[in-house]
Design a protein around this ligand. Structure first.
Ligand code: ATP
Ligand code: MG
Length: 504
């Protein structure tokens, strides 16, 4: 159960203690062989290996004897001839059960015990109990963050002279975080194919590495990947943006940096607020800014009336999320997950609780963005400290934010920037508008521009269009004031405060 260096130390100790059998559970034979070669060099011992392709060889060297794929007699002979022999079986046949071969191995192990020798088995499979009882088992986990970083650094060094690879140390760290869950060989393959496909590697390609990942694992019910466009623009919400920029650095900090200060990675945010102000949009923004894959998690669909089935599906979903981490998980309108409960049955809440508990305890790097429209429906446990790293209240855009949004949508849809005067006027007329209202208004004008040409859209037309929008705040003033009183007392503002307060 360890990374490269802990497993290596374990193996050294076992060899030193002359344990007759060491089982190294791993599917990465080359990596284990390298470890054994290093161990042999460092301990100054001679090690002999067998594999189907190389037959008998010394680690890191060529074949020394062809035993026609039957290494056992050779190993027996070696153990008998020389006390303290270390022999590695890098290819084993069916050792998970009793058969002729596994009984032969048992005999080999008796001989090893008698002659003070050690047999090392490398296998990804479980081992028959009678064999396992004769020795020690250690498992080599997939490469950890440091190993991946070292491997990627080496890759960049090796190919950097022939190809243009514009990855700095930060990018290497990020790529390393994303390539969690892959074997050493897979990492090399992914990097090589990305390099061949693009002819070069720059920052943009790091995100592409993640698409490989979700394809590798079987999909889980309720979890769906959402592709985020690279040119996503989002106005305002500067306080949220600042917070996210800071937390991003912590999310990607190394294990050592975190451990040294007793920290965990940030676990997630809850966004509540007025409709059309960017709660759902923000989930995409986090994924884009952090350059992580985004998975929408429909927790309601996990629910099943059969006892145990919901928990089972949740376990599958969590396994999937764990495999594809680091990632952003987005639960939209979290209160809906709870609405599947009724007085006699609280499955919705239990399933959600199971998820939040997992999130809190999990060591994988998963960041949750949950949105809520109706905070009254949320159980108070959800707000307990530590559940979410922060709760944000998304209010109607302030004047500064409206100016930014109007400019953004005019540039995007009308291909022009408003002059200061008309912008000022539009900002005044859109008081109480949500971002979605502003978007709607500008897009109405953009339709006219498409039909009748850009000149057909004047500043006056935009001003007239503001009349056509009936903001949510006008039709639902009570909801807005309720949301605000909750937001102001329980949550942080997503926007920066406006001088003189929010006038909307
Ligand atoms: N800050 C923003 N900047 C630019 N556009 C925005 C912003 N916020 C929202 N929009 C636009 O408005 C649309 C609706 O926003 P979004 O879906 O995020 O609202 P919401 O807060 O989730 O609302 P609801 O409560 O109705 O789900 C977005 O798809 C986007 O086009
Ligand atoms: Mg929404």
């Amino acid at each position: 159960m360890g990374n490269y260096s802990t497993t290596k130390t374990e193996i050294k100790n076992y060899i030193f203690a002359r344990v007759p059998l060491i089982i190294i559970q791993s599917a990465e034979r080359a990596r284990v062989e390298r470890m054994i070669a290093e161990t042999a060099r460092e301990m100054r011992i001679e090690v002999t290996c067998y594999s189907d392709t190389k037959q008998i060889y010394r680690p890191g060297q060529d074949t020394i004897r062809d035993v026609e794929s039957d290494p056992i007699p050779f190993a027996m002979e070696l153990l008998r001839r020389k006390r303290g022999t270390t022999f590695v079986l890098a290819d084993v046949r069916r050792v998970s059960e009793e058969n002729l071969y596994s009984r032969e191995i048992v005999n080999l192990l008796y001989l090893a015990a008698e002659m003070g020798g050690t047999v090392i088995l490398i296998t990804p499979d479980p081992v028959w109990a009678r064999i396992a009882r004769m020795g020690m088992l250690t498992r080599l986990d997939l490469p950890d963050m440091d190993e991946r970083t070292a491997e990627i650094r080496e890759f960049v060094r090796r190919y950097g002279s022939r190809y243009s690879i514009a990855w700095d140390e930060n990018d290497i760290q990020r790529a390393s975080a994303l390539l969690r869950g892959f074997t050493e060989i897979q990492i090399d393959n992914i990097l090589s194919s990305a390099l061949v496909e693009n002819g070069a590697l720059d920052r943009r390609h790091i995100y592409e590495l993640t698409s490989q990942k979700s394809r590798m694992y079987e999909a889980a019910a309720g979890v769906q990947e959402v592709r985020v466009s690279g040119d996503l623009r989002i106005s305002g919400l500067d306080n949220l943006k600042q917070w996210l920029a800071e937390k991003k650095r912590i999310f990607f900090a190394s294990e050592e940096e975190l451990a040294a200060r007793g920290l965990q990675t940030p676990k997630g945010i809850l966004l509540a607020g007025i409709p059309g102000c960017g709660k759902s949009f923000s989930a995409r923004m986090v994924a884009r800014e952090w350059e992580l894959p985004l998975f929408k998690f429909d927790i309601g669909s996990i629910y099943d009336k059969w006892v145990g089935e919901s928990e089972h599906r949740m376990a599958d979903a969590l396994q999937f999320i764990d495999n594809v981490a680091p990632c952003i998980v987005w639960i939209d309108e979290i209160e809906k997950a709870l609405s599947v409960s009724d007085s006699s049955n609280d499955t919705g809440q239990r399933v959600l609780g199971q998820f939040l508990f997992w999130l809190q305890e999990s060591s994988s790097r998963v960041f949750l963005v949950a949105t809520a429209n109706d905070i009254r429906k949320l159980p108070p446990e959800l707000f307990r400290k530590g559940r979410f790293s922060e709760m944000f209240f998304v209010d109607l855009p302030t004047a500064v934010e409206r100016a930014e949004a109007i400019t953004q949508y005019m540039e995007q849809c009308l291909h022009r920037t408003p002059d200061a005067g008309s912008l000022q006027e539009l900002v005044g007329r859109t008081k109480g508008f949500s971002y979605a209202d502003i978007e709607y208004m500008v897009k109405e004008a953009a339709q006219k521009a498409l039909l009748y040409g850009d000149d057909a859209v004047s500043s006056d037309m935009l001003l007239e269009l503001t009349e056509k929008v009936i903001p949510f705040a006008d039709t639902n003033p009570d909801v807005v004031s309720q949301l605000r009183s909750w937001g102001n007392s329980r949550a942080a503002a997503a926007s920066l405060p406006e001088k003189g307060g929010n006038e909307a």
